[in-house]
Design a protein. Structure first.
Length: 290
């Protein structure tokens, strides 16, 4: 079953966020039967006439009706143009939009396509950012919270300065860090470890996602859309990748921590125990050397 020919209205309806202008407000409903010159369409959609012509050249916006020497555009053009702007703002290329529109006209469902996109771009953590003031942060970290430490955390994306407030991307991470500082671990040293760990974790994440791209999506690298019945399977695989990746990383981190604890802490403890066993009991004198 194919979608109706006015596919832009179908797309606009099913987009996760209704098409809006670039200031974030909803686009007004156009007057029925209204016609536009290219300059009028440009003002209405908030794009340049040059971009409109470029979209036509790229095959994602149909040409206007020629009346005399003037190109006349319709509400269908405006609706399609707003949808194009929305998809471009969300990271789609002109080529992918053209293929998307072609697929929809041939019967591929926008809901299935958006389902795959949501699986890809949805946050992988349910943790919401928390805004605190500097005094609250100071209570958490005490004297460890130096200007240098704050700027390091900002560079790592752990903090975001908002005037006199601080937006914390992961409060659970901050609480763990605060507990470690109370145990005597320097905050700057911990931030250095976070920086090092992030590089390693990102390399692992890249390789894991590449496995999916190479083994699941590779057949569609030439610009073809997956068959409609394949899209839910692809979306499900990406959703399942999330908890499986977390389990794998957690297990490997536990193994590495156990190995490191044995290697470094056990040796330290053994030395401490040896020193304790060689010390004379309290209250006794060491024998004089003759």
């Amino acid at each position: 079953m194919k979608f109706p020919k006015q596919v832009t209205k179908v797309i606009e309806h099913y987009l996760p966020v209704n098409v809006s202008n670039r200031h974030g407000s909803s686009a007004p409903t156009p007057e029925p039967g209204k016609e536009y010159t290219i300059d009028e369409l440009s003002r209405e959609a908030g794009v340049t006439a040059r971009n409109i012509r470029a979209y036509q050249d790229k095959g994602i916006l149909s040409p206007p009706l020629i009346r005399g020497r003037t190109g006349i555009y319709s509400n269908d053009h405006l609706s399609r143009l707003r949808m194009i702007i929305s998809l471009l703002d969300r990271g789609y290329t002109a080529a992918s939009i053209r293929e998307l529109l072609h697929g929809i006209e041939e019967g591929v469902g926008i809901q299935e396509l958006i389902g795959v996109e949501n699986a890809v771009v949805s946050p992988w953590s349910n943790e919401e950012p928390v805004v605190v003031n500097m005094a609250e942060l100071g209570l958490m970290f005490g004297n460890s919270l130096t200007p240098e430490a704050v700027m390091k955390a900002v560079q790592l994306g752990l903090f975001k300065l908002e005037g006199t407030d601080i937006r914390i991307t992961s409060m659970s991470t901050m609480k763990a860090g605060a507990e470690l500082t109370k145990l005597g671990i320097p905050l700057l040293d911990m931030l250095d470890i976070v920086s090092m760990m992030r590089g390693n974790v990102e390399r692992v994440a890249n390789e894991m996602v590449k496995l999916v791209a190479d083994n699941v999506l590779e057949p569609f690298d030439e610009g073809e859309l997956p068959p409609k019945d394949e899209l839910p399977r692809i979306a499900e695989l990406i959703w399942r990748l999330r908890p499986l990746a977390e389990i794998a990383v957690k297990a490997e981190l536990a193994r590495a921590m156990e190995k490191a604890a044995t290697q470094f802490l056990a040796d330290k403890l053994e030395m401490i125990m040896q020193n304790i066993s060689t010390e004379p009991p309290s209250g006794t004198k060491k024998p004089d050397n003759e």
